[in-house]
Design a protein around this ligand. Sequence first.
Ligand code: ZN
Ligand code: ZN
Length: 170
Amino acid sequence: MARSSDAQNTHAAAPVKQAARVAQKLAHKLACADALAAGRGLALTTLRRQVYTLIAQSERPVGAYELLAALEPQRGRVPPTTVYRVLDFLVEHGFVHRIESKNAFFACCQMGEPHQSQFLMCDACGETVEIPGDALAAQLSKSAPAHGFEVHHQVVELSGLCAACKRAHA
Ligand SMILES: [Zn+2]
Ligand SMILES: [Zn+2]
């Protein structure tokens, strides 16, 4: 328990100038999302954009109920089925990835390009990093037929400690 509170304190004390960088990164992601939607003729409605923004500004995967709570001040109570439909849309069109082990959602770092990814996830603070890499995915699915197995869906999620938490626990 002490481990995770230490980690959170470390993050709370992060320099304020980081906030500007985070805002810049979010603006970039939103611009990419708008470009992807425009390029594919997809309607990024206000609610879809709000849900995407909440996911994109988080350094860790965000669950549906967390999203519902975060949306409430902006939109009042949104029915969970509505948010699930928005999440399905965002996943289907590659705006976000579903993090299976956490039943949560994380903004894609390579929107609009078909890719397989691995995810590094910190056990202490939850920070998640997407590592796009088709080679590993291809290698994994290549070994499946040897076992008579047909792959439909592939997820590689690695858990451990991020650099900041590793330093905090050293
Ligand atoms: Zn991605
Ligand atoms: Zn961490």
